[in-house]
Write a protein that binds this ligand. Structure first.
Ligand code: NAD
Length: 361
């Protein structure tokens, strides 16, 4: 696996994610080789004038998966870093699914009053739509300056992400897929999206489906999250909705994401949803949970579902105890202490299983 530590708190949370991954491999009895690359991000842009080394994507292509920290540095333009790193890799590696599960954790109450358990997965289209990068600016700096940002929706692009959402629901015990639309105002792309959604939904009679205007859907995330299980959305709608679901579930600091090429022709990339948090970087207080849960998403994608579930369970034990919560969750634990608590819980829950296995052999 390739590791990109990223900027700000990236190296701090990545260190915990790495150690947790190595422990999961040891306990699960599988091998993992990690190679770290620092040639991408805001810091790299400051040093070299370019956000990502030209040869880096070629190197990354050789790996099964990429574990990445957040990218962004206040000394440089966010757009240059974003387009030069993460958006570049998503398009180049055809990572057309952005998977963002948002689930409340023990000890991290859901932010919505009266909601005990929040559990909504957003499947966001990740390579085209509103973030295709098509368009331009003319009459620069003149009074008649014009900016055109063209959305690009292709039948193949819409169909594959919607199909992924239904497949995900089918294999994860979910009964409903909800599509985010805006076909009352966007007169071309969204009716097209709705047509494809209807056709794909027809192939999954066992899964309920509904199509909801994105503004009403945002309200429903807050007012009736129990009616939502899997949301499938275009790039822009999914970006906004998944930050809303992450924040509603308890904290941005606990939300993981996966940028997937489900065809497995290219490596997929796993990352926390949060950014580089320059305000707390270098202080050892960043919450490592989101990056550690990104490791769980990676292991599940790579076929190590038991190890992934063991990490998720251990994270819950870590957040349940006030002494091992980081300051963003109201505790005083350091990044290292929070990571160590998760790893201790993994070891503790593995020991009885190992004893039972030894007794049975
Ligand atoms: P941010 O997520 O970095 O920070 C928002 C707030 O949440 C801050 O107060 C921060 O301290 C806190 N926070 C975030 N992660 C935390 C964690 N793990 N533990 C404890 N507190 C945490 O968002 P921002 O300030 O808007 O962005 C900072 C930089 O990150 C920008 O350069 C932005 O472009 C970049 N960014 C990168 C990614 C990515 O690479 N995937 C995602 C979002 C933002």
């Amino acid at each position: 696996m390739a590791v990109l530590p990223g900027d700000g708190i990236g190296p701090e949370v990545i260190a915990e994610a790495r150690t947790t991954l190595e422990l999961a491999a040891e306990l699960g009895g599988f091998a993992v080789e990690l190679e770290s690359f620092e040639q991408a991000g805001g810091e790299y842009l400051v040093r070299t004038g370019t956000p990502m080394a030209t040869e880096l994507p070629g190197r990354l292509r050789e790996f099964d998966a990429i574990l990445a920290g957040p990218f962004g540095d206040p000394r440089v333009d966010d757009a240059v870093v974003l387009w030069g790193t993460i958006l570049e890799l998503r398009q180049r590696f055809d990572q057309y699914v952005n998977l963002r599960p948002a689930r409340s954790l023990p000890g991290v109450p859901c932010r919505l009053r009266g909601v005990d358990e929040f559990d909504v997965v957003v499947v966001r289209e990740n390579t085209e739509g509103e973030y295709a990068g098509a368009g331009g600016r003319v009459h620069r700096a003149g009074e008649n300056e014009v900016a055109i940002e063209a959305s690009v929706f292709t039948r193949a692009g819409i169909e594959r992400v919607i199909r992924y959402a239904f497949d995900y629901a089918s294999t994860h015990g979910r009964r409903r897929v909800t599509s985010a639309t805006k076909s009352n105002a966007l007169r071309h792309a969204m009716p097209f999206w709705d047509e494809v959604f209807g056709a794909v939904a027809g192939e999954y009679p066992q899964i309920e489906s509904d199509s909801v205007l994105v503004d009403a859907l945002a309200a429903r995330v807050v007012s009736d999250p129990g009616s939502l299980e899997v949301i499938v959305a275009s790039n822009l709608f999914g970006d906004v909705l998944s930050d809303l679901t992450a924040a509603a579930s308890g904290s941005l600091g606990i939300a993981p994401s996966a940028n997937l090429d489900p065809s497995r022709a290219h490596p997929s990339l796993f990352q926390a949803v949060h950014g580089s948090a320059p305000d707390i970087a270098g202080r050892g207080v960043a919450n490592p949970v989101a990056e550690i849960l990104a490791v769980a998403l990676m292991l599940e994608f790579l076929g190590q579902a038991d190890s992934a579930a063991a990490i998720v369970d251990a994270v819950g034990q870590g957040t349940a105890a006030p002494a091992t919560r980081t300051p963003d969750l109201g505790g005083q634990a350091t990044t290292l202490e929070a990571g160590e608590a998760i790893r201790s819980a993994m070891v503790a829950s593995c020991a009885p299983r190992r004893r039972r296995a030894r007794a049975g052999s």
